[in-house]
Structures are given as C-alpha cells and as structure tokens.
Design a protein around this ligand. Structure first.
Ligand SMILES: Cc1cc2nc3c(=O)[nH]c(=O)nc-3n(C[C@H](O)[C@H](O)[C@H](O)COP(=O)(O)OP(=O)(O)OC[C@H]3O[C@@H](n4cnc5c(N)ncnc54)[C@H](O)[C@@H]3O)c2cc1C
Length: 431
C-alpha cells in the first residue's frame, strides 16, 4: 500500500530557490513539502566559496536558510528522493516519489559518523570537485542537512565494520527503496541548473587535459572547507603562478548546443579571480573573454575593481587548449582587436562552462520547456514564475540561468503566486 502525504505546496528542488520559496510559504502558514534528489539540501549555493558582488561567505548565508527550512514547523524535507511523476490531479497536483536507499535507518541514525571513520574504502569525493577522497559510507559534506550518511554500493566491500561500530544499529545493508505519493494544491519547480560537462568540450580537451578544471571545481579550491585548504594545482600539488579563465566555454556556442548567454559566468570568473589574487598574490591571472556582462547592481564597479587589482582581461576567442610541458595547459586564442592568433601557457585553466537545466520534465511532468530546454515561463515580463500549468510555478535557475539575487526575488514571487492560487481556489470552493 503506497502512503499518500498531503501538503499545500510541493517544492521540487532544495537549492536556494526551493528553500526560499518554502520559507516564504511556510511563514504564511502553508504546509510545504520540499523534495530533493541529493542526500542534502542546499543546491549549488552551499558548494560555492564566496558570492559576488559582496564577497560574503556562501555557506554563512546558505546554512541558516537550510537550517530554518529543516526546523520550520510547516516545512517537511524529503531528501535523496527521485520524482517519478508530477501531474495535475483535480484542483491540485499529485507526485509519485521514490525514496532512494541510503542503507541507513534514518530513524535510528544519530549522525555520529562512527561508520564513516571505521570504513576502510576511499572513493572520489565529487562534492570536493573530485580532488579528494571520502569514505564509501559518509555524510555528503560537513554542513549537510540532514546529517545522515549514504552507503555507496558500487564501492562497499560489505566488510561489516560500519555495522559493528554503529551505536544505534542503524546500518541496513538490505534496505530497499521506498515509494510514496504527495498530494498538494500547488507545486513549484526549482530544479536549478548543471554546468555543461567539460567532457563534452572537444576543442578544450574533453576534460582530459591535466589542470583544466571547471568553475565549480575552482569554487571548491577556493572554499574554506576545500579539498586542500588552499589553491593548489590538482595534477602535482604545485601552487599555480599563472591562472587563466576561458569565458563562454560552452555558452553562446551553437556547436555545444548552448546558444544563449549563461549570465553569471563573467561575474563568477571576476569574483574567483579576485579571491585568487588574495590567496596567491604573486600569481598572474588572465581572463579571456568575448564581452564582459556585468549586468546587476554594483556589478560594473566589481569589474572595475578587478581591473584595478591587476587582473588581466584579454578580449579574445579561445579556439583550443592542449596539454603543454610541466603540467601547463596551452591556450590558443584569437585577439578580437585583429592583432592575430597567440598561444599562452598557464599552470591552471578554468573553463566557465555554460549552464544547462538541472532537470528534464519529459515523461515526468507535462510542463513545457523552451527551446533552451529550461522551463517555459508564459509571462516572462509580468510574472516570470507562471508556467503553462496553472497550479505549477517555477523559480530560480530552473527557468533559465540567473544569479542569486534574481533567484531569491523570483522565489518570493513564486510563493506569492502559489499562495494566490490557493486562496482563489478556496474562494471558489466556498461559493
Ligand atoms: C561556478 C559558479 C559560481 C557562482 N557564483 C555565484 C555568485 O558568486 N553570486 C551569485 O549571485 N550567483 C552565483 N552563481 C549562480 C548561483 O549558483 C545560482 O544563482 C543559484 O545556485 C541558483 O539556485 P537554484 O536553487 O535555482 O538552483 P540550484 O542551486 O541548481 O538548486 C537546484 C536544486 O534542485 C535539485 N534538483 C534538480 N532536479 C531535481 C529533481 N528532479 N528532483 C528533486 N530535486 C532536484 C538539485 O539537486 C539542487 O539541489 C554561480 C554559479 C556557478 C556555476
């Protein structure tokens, strides 16, 4: 028998957009279910180092929101869940959900990490950009919510050490995925974005050239709880003397299938370059760019500050990157002032990869996508959170690339539209 859980709103995706929407609705008294596919809430923002344009610490802003959502009396979090179907049902929506197996009894686990310490198997830690290892049973990252481990069945040797040390007998090697349904009056899709994988970028080495990394990996190198606690070159642990950013690596590029501008790459590259010049004051930092799009409040000043700090901006289109000697990457670029083609060697190269949708609704939910594959907004100017399904709203990067400021604003708007929809339905019912 599949259990049915009833809420006012289902929020799909617990990045900053989903958390803000849930908090805005929860504070008004609505009962909100938040569904997240990852083992922890927080989305990309909890994985960032600092945020432009204020250079605030990202986890100092995100952790309180995560914790407020987790402790809110009107919000229920469902993490490590897969959304199988989301459809209209009568006046609301019905979602079919699979609770993936953590192989840990979440009722019994107290988050003590004894299982993690006892586990003898190290696996690649994707949360740290793949630069360091973690145990085959582990809590995803230090400030994850919930503080519950997941066992990686691809690498576990079933040695039994985690089971032996667990003080509450929470390890369950035979745990099966569970199924349940969520019935709600409205849903908000906040499934965010992913970076285009660098493995798809043939001219830039398909992710196989040492020391060519993507921008989210650089966020981890710069983060206070990063893999090395300082910025080191991944191939040999050297402190890089020369770091380059390649802008529009995947965006504004029809060959890569991303013809649009990803909007935040100019600003995050400038931010990262400023942070790098703080941690590696002697390093040369170059940004190869086509145009700088510093569109938000205070953003142009931020760009001017970076120039004043000595970061070199080279207006050029990078055509290819090859492996050079001593771990360097050779960047071949054409200057936009017509002065020709050059090649420069850098110790570390960061690709500002394009942003693509974090979720494809095809076969799961009949909500429409645009030609860019992000969720369609039927009133992009007057109410960008409205989709073509009247009880389903969207916010944040699920509807298109955007920065945190715009994401937060849209999340508030989605909460208002969802609340309006619920109050209108109530009025119709009482007539
Ligand atoms: C390298 C980099 C640096 C950046 N730096 C800054 C900065 O300094 N300042 C700034 O303003 N912006 C910055 N940004 C942009 C910022 O990351 C986004 O604005 C923000 O993360 C958008 O939040 P979101 O909640 O919409 O999406 P996300 O953060 O992507 O969250 C979406 C969530 O939905 C979940 N999800 C996806 N599909 C499903 C599904 N089917 N079911 C359940 N859950 C699902 C995901 O797991 C994720 O948790 C940066 C972006 C990058 C790439």
């Amino acid at each position: 028998m599949i259990s049915i859980k009833t809420f006012d709103t289902l929020v799909v995706g617990a990045g900053i957009a989903g958390l803000q929407t849930a908090l805005d609705l929860g504070d008004q008294g609505y009962k909100v279910a938040v569904l997240e596919k990852d083992p922890s809430i927080g989305g990309k923002m909890i994985r960032l180092s600092k945020v432009f344009p204020t250079l605030d610490c990202a986890s100092c802003i995100t952790t309180p929101k995560m914790s407020s959502a987790a402790h809110h009396k009107n919000i229920t979090l469902f993490t490590y869940c897969s959304l199988r179907a989301l459809n209209r049902d009568g006046r609301g929506v019905k979602a079919s959900v699979v609770q993936n197996a953590r192989y840990v009894d979440t009722e019994k686990c107290i988050g003590c990490r004894k299982c993690e310490y006892a586990c003898p198997v190290y696996v690649e830690d994707k949360e740290q950009g793949g630069f360091s290892g973690k145990k085959a049973i582990s809590i995803p990252f230090s400030n994850a919510i919930p503080q519950l481990p997941v066992l990686d069945t691809d690498h576990c040797m079933l040695c039994g050490r985690c089971e032996k040390v667990c003080p509450t007998d929470a390890i369950d090697y035979l745990q099966e995925p569970g199924e349940f349904e969520i019935q709600a009056k409205t849903a908000v899709v906040t499934t965010g974005f992913e970076l285009l994988p660098k493995e798809e970028n043939v001219p830039f080495g398909k992710g196989r050239i040492p020391n060519v990394i993507d921008s989210l990996q650089m966020e981890r190198l710069l983060a206070p709880h990063g893999p090395y606690n300082r910025v080191l070159r991944p191939s040999d642990g050297m402190e890089p003397d020369s770091i380059a950013y390649v802008q529009c690596a995947g965006s504004r590029d029809r060959q890569m299938g991303v013809s649009y501008c990803s909007r935040v790459c100019c600003m995050y590259a400038i931010k990262q370059a400023m942070l790098l010049s703080g941690s590696l004051p002697l390093a040369d930092i170059t940004i190869y760019y086509m145009d700088i799009r510093a569109f938000g409040k205070g953003y142009e000043q931020f760009y001017q500050n970076a120039k004043a700090m000595g970061i070199e901006f080279v207006k050029a289109k990078v055509g290819r990157i090859d492996a050079g000697e001593k771990g360097q990457a050779l960047v071949r670029f054409e200057r936009q002032d017509g002065s020709g083609i050059d090649t420069a060697g850098h110790d570390l190269v960061v690709l500002s990869m394009g942003m693509v949708p974090g979720w494809d609704p095809a076969g799961i939910c009949p909500v429409s996508k645009d030609t860019d594959r992000f969720i369609t907004s039927i009133k992009p100017k007057t109410s960008p959170v409205l989709t073509d399904m009247d009880c389903i709203f969207t916010a944040g990067a699920a509807a298109g690339p955007k920065d945190i400021v715009d994401t937060i604003t849209e999340s508030g708007s989605a909460a208002v539209e969802a609340a309006k929809f619920m109050s209108n339905s109530r009025t119709k019912e009482s007539l």
